[in-house]
Design a binder for this molecule. Structure first.
Ligand code: HDE
Length: 758
């Protein structure tokens, strides 16, 4: 009897559909034959995706509730111009005779080409590459004691749109580069839009927004050749971060595994700044926001990230969309660290206005306040993912900002940038940006004005429009700034003294990592600084590392072939925060992807049983075979193939299984049947399979094989007795052990790390 698995049906559908387009071809088993011929009569679109709905079509005038975004964009079944004029032809320009010159009077040609010429808008100046999804946020009500925000009351469900991004690369750059990731959430609350515009790293490079153009100029490609794309491994970045040592903490996080997440689904998110919450009585609390992924916090390994950059630059984007379409809806818990709002705005000596500092979870636990579920992909990338406009100043009653100088600059920048990017001040009227609360502002006109404002008196007070609109006091949901006391002070261009501590928290982070994570940090610094041309910049960065930890500095210096500098200051005494490490914990395996390498001549009954068992466990099985189609259509099968030896790369899978052939495949002389895809029967030893196995092994992924699969492992140079390599006779028993290992994400014991001298 099959075990119950709520997402099995949908995962089944997606695994068959993922790349098995053959299953959609008429005549193939299990496919309902849609016509792929050009239709001669209007009909509905092929394969509508019911879970892909856009946001509610709220309008500023509140009059279009029944209009879906699709209807707004495409109505009727005849081709028209933008003005609704039906067209008889769109393939031929109007000419003076078939070979004659094109006529200027061709209004359709001019409209079509004019519109095409202006299809592109400027990409975001940072965070240009992103992927997004719709979802819902369900509040636990646990924050109700510290904030009056209505969407944080118990049980309230709020629609959301979340955009993930890389920071440095252009819109067309690769997903898996080493970089910080954006994690921006738009809550469409009943009290207006609240945007939590965070990152997957809890600190920032700089302490004052006035340096933002500088750090971004340094990190973006060099202005002469515009290289390198989407990465920090170049001179100007390392020049900047070594001359502005406040960047050390963020840089160290970037060089850690956090800089190369496995998936958007396995990333933490952080609000970075300290925010101020206000309850119904006006009492205030300082908080830091955290997103905790239900799927666990996982990263790629660097070689894997680089390979994916070539093999599948859309890796994270695809992963998010596939998971949502499969019904494996990614979830995060929103949590807050609750900190007293004291006049000093510090906690345990940590300056809460300094965005280069964290508050360790051991000192202030993250308290869960609600659950985010992403459940629908955007219908149109441009309309939604590209045009969504986040702003840290989109606040709701009960949530206020603090005096963090970085946040102050952001409060200006996010509005300002939309003027260039979205072409004017009315971007709030673009469907994806529309609030779900009624709008009654006195803003008028401007480029792309969609609203038809009634009335004659957009000013207050007025007598002509009946005095409308009226104000709302705090008791009616009005936003009233917290009357925080501002100390009498001199006007200065200065940072507070506490902002000068640049090394204690990088050391705290370093000491909190497990040995294998520290090795990754060393390797990342050695790689990045190894790409720097200027010797002086390398040496200056080594001097920064000396202030964090002597072993780190020495190892990187050794890799660069440079002398080890001595620290100028004594190393700060800090307590590690184990919560910062991603390793050594067991995570759910739901949604993980398991590749099963098989061919048509092995024991397909076992392959199918293992495939089912993977599905029953809530994971995604992808069968990899010499050619596409169906294995064993005429015998043991059918087993549908999702990847071939041509389309599969190890980097797509969290674990690999190798289907062997049991002894019955031998003929009377004991020789193997020579029909298999690799020339010999049994587990495939095709060079591409061996490459896959070798990579999976190097990347510390669990590997399993049954029956004679051990031969292929040996051919790939893999010791079947190595940690995380599971061999046995029964496919399902092998799978069970592989899944257990997958709970730890990687088998780091495979590559023992040298013990760091204390
Ligand atoms: Fe941003 N940032 N940022 N940033 N940021 C933008 O806004 C800016 C900072 C973050 O998916 C821009 O609409 C300044 C910290 C995300 O659309 C721009 C400063 C954090 C996104 C901008 C910062 C972020 C942006 C570019 C220093 C984490 C993508 C396009 C004071 C807490 C949002 C846009 C999306 C985007 C300015 C620092 C996160 C130019 C001036 C710290 C996730 O306005």
């Amino acid at each position: 009897m099959e075990k119950s698995n709520p997402v099995k049906g949908v995962i089944d559908k997606i695994t068959d559909k993922l790349s098995d387009h053959s299953a959609e071809i008429p005549g193939r088993p299990g496919s309902e034959p849609p016509s792929v011929d050009e239709p001669t009569e209007p009909r509905g679109p092929l394969r509508p995706k019911p879970d892909q709905r856009g946001p509610d079509p709220y309008s500023p005038t509140g009059q279009e509730e029944d209009v879906t975004p699709e209807e707004r964009a495409q109505g009727g079944d005849r081709l028209t111009t933008a003005q609704g004029l039906r067209l008889a032809d769109t393939d031929h320009s109007l000419k003076a005779g078939p070979r004659g010159p094109v006529l200027l009077q061709d209004h359709h040609l001019r409209e079509k080409v004019m519109h095409f010429d202006h299809e592109r808008i400027p990409e975001r100046v940072v965070h240009a590459r992103g992927a997004a999804a719709h979802g819902v946020f369900r509040s636990y009500g646990t924050a109700a004691s510290v904030t009056r925000a209505a969407f944080l009351a118990k049980g309230v469900e709020t629609p959301v749109f979340v955009r993930f991004s890389t920071v440095l690369g252009s819109r067309g750059s690769a997903d898996t580069v080493r970089d910080t990731r954006g994690f921006a959430t738009k809550f469409y609350t009943d009290e207006g839009v609240f945007d939590l515009v965070g990152n997957n790293i809890p600190v920032f490079f700089i302490q004052d927004a006035i340096k933002f153009p500088d750090v971004i100029h340094a990190a973006k490609p060099h202005p002469d050749r515009e290289i390198p794309q989407a990465q920090s491994a170049h001179d100007t970045f390392w020049d900047f971060v070594s001359l502005h040592t406040e960047a050390t903490h963020h840089t160290l996080w970037n060089m850690s595994d956090r800089g190369i997440p496995r998936s958007y689904r396995t990333m933490e998110g952080f609000g970075v700044h300290t925010f101020r919450l206000v309850d119904a009585e006006g009492a205030t609390t300082l908080v830091k926001f955290h997103w905790k992924p239900k799927a666990g916090v996982h990263s790629l390994v660097w070689e894997e990230a680089q390979l994916i950059g070539g093999a599948d630059p859309d890796f994270h984007r695809r992963d998010l969309a596939d998971a949502i379409e499969a019904g494996a809806h990614p979830q995060w818990e929103l949590g807050i660290q609750v900190l007293p709002d004291t006049p000093e705005q510090t906690f345990e000596g940590i300056d809460l206005l300094d965005p280069t500092k964290i508050v360790p979870e051991e000192l202030a636990p993250v308290q869960p306040i609600g659950l985010l579920t992403l459940n629908a992909n955007p219908v149109n990338y441009f309309a939604e993912t590209e045009q969504v406009a986040f702003h840290v100043g989109h606040l709701v009653p009960g949530i206020d900002v603090t005096d963090d100088p970085l946040l102050a600059g952001r409060l200006f920048s996010y509005l300002d940038t939309q003027i260039t990017r979205l072409g004017g001040p009315n971007f709030g009227q673009i469907p994806i940006n529309r609030t779900h609360a009624p709008v009654n502002d006195m803003l008028r006109d401007g480029f792309h004005q969609d609203a038809v404002h009634a009335g004659v008196a957009p000013y207050k007070p007025n007598s002509l429009d009946g005095g409308c609109p009226f104000f709302a006091g705090a008791h009616e949901g009005g936003y009233v700034e917290t009357p925080v006391r501002v100390a009498a002070a001199r006007k200065v261009r200065e940072a507070p003294a506490s902002f000068a501590d640049h090394f204690s928290q990088p050391r705290l982070f370093w000491l909190s990592l497990s040995p294998v994570e520290r090795e990754h940090v060393i390797a990342a610094y050695t790689f990045e600084l190894g790409k720097v041309y200027e010797q002086a910049i390398k040496e200056r960065n080594l001097r920064v590392l000396a202030e964090i930890d002597p072993y780190l500095c020495e190892q990187v210096a050794q890799g660069l072939g440079l002398p080890v500098p001595k620290p100028v200051n004594s190393l700060p005494a800090v307590d590690p925060s184990p919560a910062l490490s991603q390793v050594g914990r067991t995570w759910p395996t739901t949604g993980r992807i398991i590749g099963i390498v098989a061919d048509g001549h092995g024991d397909l009954a076992t392959v199918e049983a293992v495939r089912r068992a993977v599905l029953d466990g809530g994971m995604v099985p992808l069968v990899i075979a010499p050619a596409g189609g169906v294995l064993g259509a005429d015998g043991d099968g059918p087993v549908t193939v999702q990847r071939t030896f041509v389309t599969a790369r190890s980097v797509e899978f969290d674990a690999l299984l190798l289907a062997g052939t049991p002894a019955r495949g031998k003929d009377a002389d004991g020789a193997r049947d020579a029909k298999a895809g690799n020339g010999t029967a049994g587990a495939p030893t095709d060079p591409r399979v061996l490459l896959m196995l070798g990579e999976a092994f190097r990347h510390a992924k669990p590997i399993g094989g049954w029956a004679d699969a051990v031969q292929a492992l040996t051919a790939a140079g893999i010791d079947p007795a190595a940690p995380g390599v599971v061999v046995g006779d029964g496919g399902e028993a092998v799978l069970a052990e592989v899944v257990r290992l997958l709970g730890g994400h990687r088998v780091w014991e495979r590559f023992p790390v040298p013990v760091e001298p204390v």
